[in-house]
Design a protein around this ligand. Structure first.
Ligand SMILES: NC(=O)c1ccc[n+]([C@@H]2O[C@H](COP(=O)([O-])OP(=O)(O)OC[C@H]3O[C@@H](n4cnc5c(N)ncnc54)[C@H](O)[C@@H]3O)[C@@H](O)[C@H]2O)c1
Length: 356
């Protein structure tokens, strides 16, 4: 099976690619290496992977990469609300327009299976437990671009290809392309580097999943395509409050002090409990790695000096993006096709459905 990973040199892709190669799959990775210090992907990806260093908004690159593929996985773009707030137009190009362009290319190339990486962030704030059938209530640009990409990719490929949407919980754990900017990894790195974890409030719940488990779910869905399918990716056992995550970090990293401050996470009001029953029925053994494993891996990476400067922009998508953006190396391209897709996004947003 030939699988194309768009954005596959990132935090999740560099864990998923070796897993797919080990299962005998032929893997092509297309990535612009937005956050890397070095431009050489060989330290990130197995030598058996074909690597194309390119922008995901380049239609010629998409056609070249997807020709003859059995599956395409879109896992690129900007992750999280703070990164998407840097430049909304760029975020729409990368998180909405690029997946939709890839869907059109997949259709033209006859690729039979499209896997779209989305996020549990699409749910927003809900009192009740959310399932894949819960109406998305995106609260910001990131969640909205994801929710609308889900809908439009499915629409472009309707009846022509299998479409799997993976709504990921917040991911934690070690990766060749390490990120330390999501909640678990950040707290573990702060504890290991400084012995302190800031906690402001912390009553919001976050569903969590280990990065290796995401790779396992991807392998399972690639091996068993099934029409149109949406899966929350995580585990019912791993729905934690932010406070519980901080306490777990403090238990695992000796001497850690939790600095409790006032609740101030207004910008990130996501709060929901997620059901992973559908994934549990489809692939029961895929998401079993506990929070403690991810915390220990990050603490170990600092203790053994695999990571020497946890504050380096390489580990933080927001800092890395700001650097790239400020120097003009990553900007909205505003090509006619991207402008057309931006208008589609803007109409869907203004229509009041805001991704629902
Ligand atoms: N990590 C999480 O906690 C999490 C949670 C929910 C959903 N997701 C989703 O999973 C996917 C992968 O996330 P990740 O954590 O691996 O993020 P990441 O930032 O590490 O990976 C994204 C990759 O996309 C590439 N990219 C970005 N813009 C590009 C462009 N214009 N051209 C070419 N390449 C470009 C980057 O270089 C990077 O390697 C994303 O779709 C994200 O929304 C991640």
């Amino acid at each position: 099976m030939h699988v194309v990973l768009l954005g596959g040199a990132g935090y999740i892709g560099t864990v998923a690619a070796p897993r797919l190669v080990s299962l005998g799959m032929q893997v092509t990775v297309v990535d612009g290496l937005v956050y890397r210090r070095a431009e050489d992907p060989r330290c990130l990806l197995p030598s058996a992977c074909r690597f194309i260093h390119a922008d995901l908004r380049d239609p010629d690159v998409l056609s070249e990469a997807l020709a003859g593929a059995d599956a395409v996985v879109h896992m690129g773009g900007l992750v999280g609300e703070p990164a998407c707030a840097v430049d909304e137009r760029l975020s729409v190009e990368l998180n909405f327009s690029s997946p939709v362009m890839a869907a059109h290319t997949a259709l033209a190339c006859g690729v039979p299976h499209y896997v779209l990486f989305s996020s549990c962030s699409v749910y927003g704030r809900h009192e009740e437990t959310v399932t894949e059938d819960t109406e998305p209530r995106p609260l910001g640009v990131y969640a909205r671009t994801k929710a609308l990409a889900e809908r439009h990719v499915t629409h472009v490929l309707r009846d022509q290809a299998d479409v799997t949407t993976l709504r990921l919980a917040t991911v934690h754990g070690a990766s060749p392309r390490q990120r330390l900017d999501s909640v678990v990894n950040r707290m573990a790195a702060q504890a290991a580097a400084r012995g302190r974890v800031p906690l402001n409030g912390g009553s919001q719940r976050r569903p969590l999943v280990h990065v290796a488990d995401v790779a396992a779910v991807l392998a399972a869905v690639l091996e068993r395509p099934a029409g149109r399918r949406t899966l929350n990716v995580g585990s019912d056992r791993e729905n934690h409050t932010i406070r519980r995550i901080a306490e777990t970090v403090a238990e695992l990293v000796p001497g850690t002090v939790i600095d409790v401050g006032p609740e101030r996470d207004e910008a990130d009001a996501r709060d929901y409990r997620t059901s992973f029953a559908r994934l549990g029925a489809f692939a029961p053994d895929t998401c079993t790695t506990p929070l403690t494993t991810g915390v220990s891996e990050i603490a170990e990476a600092l203790a053994t000096r695999q990571i020497t400067d946890p504050d380096h922009p390489e580990y933080d998508n927001l800092k890395g993006l700001r650097l790239r953006h400020a120097t003009g190396r990553l900007r909205a391209l505003k090509s006619p096709e991207l402008n057309r897709l931006h208008d589609l996004y803007a109409r869907a947003t203004v229509d009041g459905d805001r991704g629902r």
